[in-house]
Design a binder for this molecule. Structure first.
Ligand code: GBH
Length: 490
């Protein structure tokens, strides 16, 4: 009939919910206020010379510690069903341990949660989004197995104080970024950079900490609070660069290292680290003269406690890569290292639209393939997409972000039609914020924040009005143009 599916209005199923995400260090500011302890990001951003691209810090960020009411107003303006935020561990437990609770920190999150509930916004709470108390880092942080108890005690404080009102919990945001970027390299705080070793010690401890918090909720809180607990894992879709068997295997390995490392232990039937990782790392470790594999083993009891420790999967995804393996990979990466263990080469297709962040290209079919593969591997888990978004250099007229948003949501609808159980979707991010090593140079917000104004004024971008319409109509209409912006379009 000449109507291509892309020009049709497509509807989301009843009960599908829309949200937006942020995290504590990236928005709160108030870094030294009201008894908050220092986190590894307070330390990293104040190093001399600064490792941050624009030498900025999150000392004030978007000042959401003071402006949380304005943030809830924005949730209302967009019409969000839910809002995903994280709690700063050192704001609640300044020294990291639960012997001393900072009441001002508890008050802040109570105020935020209550303000959201007053406005019918459902809170999705991430317990840990990268701002580890510096006191715990002094003890090795995520490389120290004692963190399983420290984290469980911290989670216990949050369940206890907020669990009467918070029903959606994510224990930890993006284990791979914590472990590989923070411990196996210097791409993120605490920049431990003990390559090929620290990221795997961290991985085991993160998995056990997550599982322990989940089991605590199960045993102590679930009956009374009736909530649901998951973990947020980052996914990059790895597409084989060619049909060759070698490249197919390379893509498989890349997926198992990038996310299977965390999803296989928790969501697969058998649990444990993926066989591809165990095999590669054991072989390389032996060649390199290590007495044992650099990937720690999980005991049978550990495999059991980790396996099945989630009620849902919180899936963060932005982009895809082409993957291949040939002789050129020998000598390409440091030895030993996570990249060398994986042993694959990543490239981007130059025809894919490029965001401001170097790693971010628009590949909606990669999102579709990812959702189908996760469905296939883990027996159709319940999924919330808890991060997905696009960066620009700034400006209110964000046509690229709108195109990305529509194309990814359309791919999500395709995945629903193919049988995936995706219950909700969250844009990263609601407002511009501190983008880690990129400082304030990459903007992800539906709302622009003026970081030069003392009141950190927030202004909706065009994408905010488009997202608002998507939520209101529960549909994707490719022809919708927000009134506010019509006159500005040349
Ligand atoms: C998320 O991390 C964070 O949770 C959030 O705090 C952050 O602000 C947001 O994304 C935007 O960055 O395949 O070599 O190109 C996203 C982590 C970083 C995962 C880049 C994929 C690509 C590595 N992503 N990474 S590569």
């Amino acid at each position: 009939n000449g109507v291509s599916p892309k020009s049709k209005v497509r509807y989301f199923p009843d009960g599908f919910i829309f949200g937006a995400s942020t995290s504590s260090y990236q928005i709160e500011g108030g870094a030294f206020d009201d008894g908050k302890g220092l986190s590894i990001w307070d330390i990293a951003t104040h190093m001399d010379p600064s490792p941050i691209r624009d030498q900025s810090t999150g000392d004030i960020a978007t000042d959401s510690y003071n402006l949380y009411k304005r943030d809830v107003e924005i949730m209302n303006e967009i019409g969000l069903d839910f809002y995903r935020f994280s709690v700063s561990w050192p704001r609640v437990l300044p020294g990291g341990f639960s012997n001393y609770i900072n009441q001002a920190g508890i008050n802040y999150y109570n105020n935020l949660i209550n303000e959201m509930l007053k406005n019918n916004i459902v809170p999705f709470l991430t317990i840990y989004h990268w701002d580890l108390p510096q006191e715990l880092q002094k003890l090795g942080g995520w490389a120290n197995p004692a963190i399983v108890d420290w984290f469980t005690d911290y989670a216990n404080v949050l369940f206890e104080h907020f669990g009467d009102r918070v029903k959606y919990w994510m224990t930890i945001n993006e284990p791979k970024q914590i472990c590989y970027e923070g411990y196996g390299s210097d791409k993120k705080a605490p920049m431990v950079n003990i390559s090929g070793v620290a990221e795997y010690l961290c991985a085991k401890n993160v998995l056990l900490a997550h599982a322990s918090a989940y089991r605590l909720y199960d045993e102590v809180y679930r009956e009374r609070q009736n909530g649901t607990v998951g973990i947020a894992i980052s996914f990059t879709w790895a597409e084989p660069a060619s049909d060759s068997e070698e490249d197919q295997q390379a893509a498989l390995d890349a997926r198992q290292f990038d996310w299977g490392q965390y999803t296989n232990p928790i969501y697969s039937k058998d649990g444990d680290f993926p066989i591809e990782m165990k095999r590669n790392i054991a072989a390389k470790s032996a060649e390199q003269g290590f007495k044992r594999s650099r990937l720690p083993e999980l005991t049978a009891a550990e495999v059991m406690t980790i396996r099945g420790s989630a009620d849902f999967l919180a899936l963060n995804t932005y982009s895809s890569k082409l993957v291949y393996r040939d002789a050129s990979v020998d000598g390409m990466y440091a030895v030993p290292s996570y990249m060398d263990d994986m042993g694959t080469v990543f490239i981007k297709d130059p025809t894919w639209p490029q965001a401001e962040s170097s790693w971010l290209q628009e590949v909606p079919w990669g999102f579709y393939k990812l959702l189908l593969e996760v469905n296939r591997l883990y027996d159709n888990p319940r999924i919330y997409v808890t991060e997905n978004g696009w960066s620009t250099a700034g400006g209110l007229q964000d046509e690229d972000r709108i195109r990305y948003l529509r194309n990814y949501l359309s791919a999500l609808l395709d995945a629903l039609e193919a049988g995936c159980d995706v219950r909700g979707y969250c844009v990263w991010s609601m407002i511009d914020n501190f983008e880690w090593m990129a400082g304030y140079s990459e903007k992800f917000g539906l709302y622009e924040v003026d970081f030069s104004s003392p009141d950190r004024s927030r202004t909706p971008r065009k994408s905010a009005f488009v997202y608002k319409e998507i939520i209101k109509s529960k549909s994707l209409n490719p022809h919708f143009e927000p009134d506010v912006y019509l006159e500005e379009v040349v």
